[in-house]
Design a protein around this ligand. Structure first.
Ligand SMILES: NC(=O)c1ccc[n+]([C@@H]2O[C@H](COP(=O)([O-])OP(=O)(O)OC[C@H]3O[C@@H](n4cnc5c(N)ncnc54)[C@H](O)[C@@H]3O)[C@@H](O)[C@H]2O)c1
Length: 440
């Protein structure tokens, strides 16, 4: 099938490559000319395991093309995916300007019937807005004869395992009342539904809300656990024991109940905010969601509070080694990352940072540029040299079993602030560390 994908970010690029890999002919359109040029040369602008070979192979095979030419893109596809960003607006609502710009572009260039698929995470009612936009343009063009459907097909991939999530989705949500659109997407996604039917077809609004409900549920689990961690700390309990105690209940499960320094990334923070905003627009007070967000905002400061307390507020002139800058392992994404909250608070207090992340160094450089109080180090060991303490923000695999003797040698004092509960407090104490973690 011929498919066009607008947007070559985490969602569009991965989806485009995975669809091409099963044999579809995919054209990816982006307005970022530099990005498109890099993609044409086989350079992948983001770090995502398995993505580079997939893009290269399918590009070479001629099934995956990149262009800035929207007219060429629209002409190519029987299905047009919208996979552009929906960043938070000033009031927390999802900014739809990129989505509607693509809708406008599709309407300007379409010459035959089209199935337009919203893959971006968009508030309930967006499919109607896309439909109105396309209708308006077609009317202005005098092409009301053209037929089109607008489908909601939210994406559930996780950064860090985006390729395998797309290749083996848990479910494919399709929001449409159109039989034509449903059949088209059934054919498109058939290669991903071989073992069992993954498609769940529903009305458009339910599909749009399903995406927010999923992310808000996961964010709720995290904030709930962080609330328990705060209680455990104050009550003399160990949240890691509590986690295992409740995770063993199959109704609760072990996923997403890790206490830590709060959730970040490009999705949970903005999606929780956007649903709160959607609720307030219809005069509904989303009490649970507001609490989830408030707990998370506070949790992001927890490591700084522990550091501040440990040094009795005397942070000026101190140097902190930071391991982990990405908002989670296996990505270089630093959007809303807790590491940023900690670094900025340390700088504010007059401290310096020596940081290392296996993948997010370039991104850190891009965000913060050159500054005297930030040293980007080539290895995790180099980040330790002469620092007053080590703070761990991302649970990368390569941080799990470090050389503790070396850490002691390199640090000015054996002090660790662990935002991810990577190590066992008793063992750390035996090894001679002052070890601060979360909820223990
Ligand atoms: N990142 C994730 O893990 C994830 C997971 C599920 C859903 N989502 C949702 O998917 C959407 C996209 O997220 P992302 O992380 O891939 O975004 P991103 O910011 O990484 O990429 C968006 C891309 O769209 C391009 N773009 C903007 N306007 C365009 C236009 N008019 N025509 C063509 N391209 C245009 C940008 O240049 C950029 O390359 C968002 O709504 C997001 O909430 C993201």
């Amino acid at each position: 099938m011929n498919v066009t994908v607008f947007g070559t970010g985490y969602v569009g690029l991965v989806q485009g490559a995975v669809l091409a890999d099963v044999g579809h002919h995919v054209v990816c359109v982006d307005v970022d000319a530099a990005k498109v040029e890099r993609l044409k040369k086989g350079e992948i602008p983001i770090y995502e395991p398995g993505l580079e070979p997939l893009v290269k192979e399918n590009h070479v095979a001629g099934r995956l093309k990149f262009t800035t030419d929207a007219a060429e893109g629209v002409k190519h596809g029987q299905v047009q995916f919208i996979a552009v960003g929906t960043p938070p607006d000033e009031d927390g609502s999802a900014d739809l300007k990129y989505v509607l710009a693509v809708a406008d572009t599709i309407a300007q260039h379409m010459e035959g019937d089209q199935v337009i698929v919203n893959k971006s995470t968009v508030p309930v009612g967006t499919a109607d807005k896309v439909r109105d936009k396309v209708d308006g343009v077609l009317e202005a063009r005098g092409r009301k004869d053209l037929r089109f459907d607008v489908v909601s097909n939210p994406e559930f991939l996780k950064e860090g395992s985006a390729v395998s999530d797309c290749q083996r989705p848990d479910r494919i949500i399709i929001g449409t009342a159109s039989r034509i659109a449903q059949d088209m997407l059934r054919e498109l996604y058939a290669p991903f539904s071989r073992q069992q039917d993954k498609m769940i077809v529903m009305d458009v609004r339910s599909a749009e809300l399903t995406k927010y409900a999923a992310n808000c549920m996961l964010a709720t689990k995290i904030s709930f656990m962080n609330e328990m961690a705060n209680l455990a700390e104050r009550l003399g309990a160990d949240i890691e024991m509590v986690r295992q105690g409740i995770g063993s209940d199959p109704r609760i499960g072990y996923h997403f109940i890790y206490p830590g320094v709060g959730y970040g990334g490009s999705c949970f923070p903005k999606d929780v905010q956007a649903l709160i905003r959607t609720a307030s627009d219809i005069d509904f007070d989303a009490k649970v969601l507001k609490a989830v967000e408030a707990r998370n905002e506070e949790q992001k400061t927890t490591l700084f509070q522990k550091i501040h307390k440990h040094y009795q507020g005397n942070l000026a002139g101190k140097t902190f080694a930071i391991w982990g800058l990405a908002f989670k392992p296996n990505t270089d994404d630093m959007r809303e990352a807790p590491s940023r909250v900690l670094m900025e608070a340390l700088w504010q207090a007059g401290a310096k940072v020596q940081a290392f992340d296996p993948e997010a160094m370039e991104e850190t450089q891009r965000i913060y540029g050159n500054r005297d109080d930030l040293t980007l180090c080539g290895t995790k060991e180099a980040a330790l040299r002469g620092a007053d303490a080590l703070a761990i923000l991302t649970e990368w695999q390569s941080f799990r079993a470090p050389d503790f003797e070396l850490i002691k040698q390199q640090l000015a004092a054996p002090v660790i602030f662990d935002g991810r509960n990577m190590f066992e407090p008793k063992r750390m104490s035996i090894k001679g560390f002052t070890y601060n973690s979360v909820g223990r």
